[in-house]
Design a protein around this ligand. Structure first.
Ligand code: MN
Length: 260
């Protein structure tokens, strides 16, 4: 277990994301971090990296650009950013906490498998740090209510930092798309699962050549009891503990018997 952080005010926080250094959600995450402490660092991707998952840049150079005091951009993925921050930029004094986000769009159910936002938090956990991924469940093209995250996240982070926190575990937080005072509470949830996945859409470009576009036709129903999907659907902030160990323990016994 991690030692509880009782004095977050004197801690160091690293902020990263997958929507890129210019994303409004990153600015919202920085405001959340600054509401908690003064020593806030940003290391984020130069460009949009959504659905980058846990990819790592190993076949091209990794460029680090200093944009100002405690602010850096990496020509790479969210995973690259966390690695660059923890093993280079902040090597001498690692952050007590890593905040990833705020992602524009929910990271619920199987989204976490594709998510760069969640991957950045998992990378921090791999390197021994505490991390929380934040996503706002805003629909495509809709105006994002970052203020809802800013209203609720600082107190939530304080409570998570003070509470029981196992090593190799991150918290995946999803905030519903509604006004701050319309949020129905904070719920502890499990990772849900949607009904349908992604489809390949066949299209034709203006030159008459075919191309394909991956389209998400996922249906949020069934929402599943106690799931992250259900909590956000019902207007609550969802907090799901996720872990690095992907082993399916219930299968171990049967597997041993089958391979004996
Ligand atoms: Mn994203």
């Amino acid at each position: 277990m991690f030692e509880p952080i009782r004095d977050l005010g004197s801690a160091r926080i690293l902020v990263t994301n997958d929507d890129g250094i210019l994303a409004p959600g990153l600015a919202a995450m920085v405001r959340v971090a600054r509401a908690l402490c003064r020593d806030v660092w940003v290391v984020a991707p130069e460009v949009q990296q959504s659905a980058a998952s846990h990819s790592l840049t190993v076949r091209s150079p990794l460029r680090l650009r200093r944009l100002g005091p405690r602010r850096f951009a990496v020509e790479g993925t969210p995973t690259d950013c966390v690695l660059m921050a923890l093993n280079h930029v902040l090597k001498d004094r690692p952050p007590a906490l890593v905040l990833s986000g705020v992602n524009r769009g929910a990271n619920l159910g199987e989204d976490v498998i594709y998510s760069g936002t969640v991957a950045a938090a998992l990378e921090a956990a791999l390197l021994g740090a505490r991390a929380i991924a934040f996503s706002l469940a805003v629909g495509n093209g809709a105006k994002a209510r970052w203020g809802t995250v800013e209203a609720h996240a600082p107190e939530l982070v304080r409570r998570l930092a003070r509470g029981a926190w196992a090593r190799d575990v991150i918290f995946n937080v999803n905030v519903p798309d509604r006004a701050p005072d319309r949020v129905t509470g904070v719920r502890t949830t499990v990772q849900g699962r949607r009904q349908v996945g992604l489809q390949i859409d066949s299209r034709v470009d203006p030159d008459g050549r075919p191309y394909f576009w991956i389209v998400d036709y996922s249906d949020d129903a069934p929402l599943g009891r106690g799931s992250d999907l259900k909590a956000v659907h019902e207007g609550a902030i969802s907090v799901t503990p996720l872990c690095l160990d992907l082993t399916h323990r219930p299968s171990l016994g049967r597997l041993r018997e089958g391979l004996a």
